[in-house]
Design a protein around this ligand. Sequence first.
Ligand code: ADP
Length: 230
Amino acid sequence: MPGARAGRRWRACRAPLAGPVQAARPAPLSARHPSRHDGQVRIEAVQGDITTQDVDVVVNAANSSLLGGGGVDGAIHAAAGPDLLAACREVRRTRYPDGLPPGDAVATDGFRLPARWVVHTVGPNLHAGQDDPTVLASCFARSLEVAVELGARSIAFPAVSAGVYGWDVAEVARIGVGVARLWEDGVENGGREGHPEPHGIELVRFVLFSPAALDAFEHAIAASGRSDDE
Ligand code: ADP
């Protein structure tokens, strides 16, 4: 978690979700090839388990039911404990009775996770013919928007749709990093491009399970044209 920087523009923080604030635990991960641009948003890729991340928001690659699944979804529910499933049931009952649509995102508390919140997003399922990259881009963008609404400063993403949902991890990396860069640009350009408003996000971390996925995200970060040296 990077420290506060002078001159950063803040949006008013609000905490719409009740729930315990979890004690922070250090993330035993080593960042490789981090990238920062003018001190606004740090974008990095690390190999590891997203459930151990000491960030404000962990993004879950959920399915529309929000009632748990395999892969990263199962790992997040297992680590967060049964209160997460209860919170997801409540979200379904109150806000998404027909399920969360692909490309959208919704928050719950993080319960036993180090992260304060989980933002659940539903990636497109290539095996079901969902091959629209704008839907996948929307997963990353909507998750960032929800994180800003929560007042989060740091967010960790898995490789949404790159597992059971069948997308090529290089494509996921290109899209996810591209969205993060647009946000970076939106802040720097005073809202003319990318995200339209100032926000409090300092860190976007992609957390990849496999070395191959890490390589894909590192390549995407490098290919998107910035490094700490610039
Ligand atoms: P989807 O259904 O959206 O494809 P999956 O959970 O099947 O989601 O896989 C998404 C990505 O998350 C895959 O690259 C998978 O290897 C990875 N993954 C699985 N468990 C974890 C974890 N605990 N931390 C980080 N990434 C994980």
